[in-house]
Design a protein around this ligand. Structure first.
Ligand code: COA
Length: 188
């Protein structure tokens, strides 16, 4: 289900929200960090015009639109700082399934922020968008991402060798179904 009214999800420490024009500089910086881009599929270096177009598109998009990525900004509640982002795309087929992609600035890794953001976004996808299976592709060498997904109770569904990603060893597909999801007790 498309959600044109979406504005923000507030978690314990985070505001997970729509993109604003003011996010351009931080987003551009994030996309151009070598360690962040290493296992991702966007062009690197990521140009100013790609950033402008991306943020413009995101400001007009709505989460839950079938076949389209919606990118959430992950920011700190205490000071509004942009610390990363999460993309969500509901697949055309099979219906009900959605892809996830996510990144954090290196200085904000190792503090549980992405686990917190994804916990709420997946819950939102299951409850509000009425989707029922979350999927994520991960390069086998991306230990942090694999730990993150396993911590959220995802399990490996499939693996490929040299899956169209330059220099990729092996790509894993992780997934979790709504029926295996442990819902959050309280939204803050
Ligand atoms: C993938 C990525 C988002 C994971 O970031 P992360 O910081 O490891 O994930 P979290 O924010 O959930 O933090 C979890 C870590 O914080 C620790 N932590 C500290 N305080 C915590 C808290 N309050 N709650 C939970 N975990 C906490 C955990 O122990 C864990 O550390 P560990 O992995 O060393 O055991 C990050 O590595 C990244 O942006 N990578 C580059 C982009 C990328 O590759 N994206 C994925 C493509 S598939």
């Amino acid at each position: 289900m498309r959600d044109p009214d979406f504005d923000e999800i507030r978690t314990e420490r985070l505001s997970v929200r729509r993109f604003h024009v003011g996010d351009r500089i931080a987003f551009h910086e994030l996309r151009n960090i070598d360690s962040v881009a290493r296992y991702q599929s966007w062009p690197f270096p990521y140009t100013e015009s790609e950033t402008k177009q991306f943020v413009r598109d995101m400001m007009k998009s709505h989460p839950g639109t079938i076949g389209e990525w919606f990118q959430f900004v992950v920011s700190l509640k205490e000071n509004g700082r942009f610390i990363g982002d999460v993309g969500l795309k509901p697949l055309k087929v099979p219906t009900g399934q959605f892809m996830l992609g996510y990144s954090l600035f290196p200085e904000h890794q190792g503090q549980g922020y992405m686990t917190e953001a994804l916990t709420y976004i997946i819950q939102y996808a299951f409850q509000t968008l009425k989707l029922d299976k979350a999927l994520a592709y991960v390069d086998l060498r991306n230990d942090r991402s694999i730990r993150l997904l396993e911590g959220l109770n995802f399990r490996e569904l499939k693996r490929w060798e040299n899956f169209g990603v330059a220099d990729a060893d092996e790509t894993l597909l992780f997934m979790i179904e709504k029926k295996r999801w442990r819902p959050i007790a309280n939204n803050s």
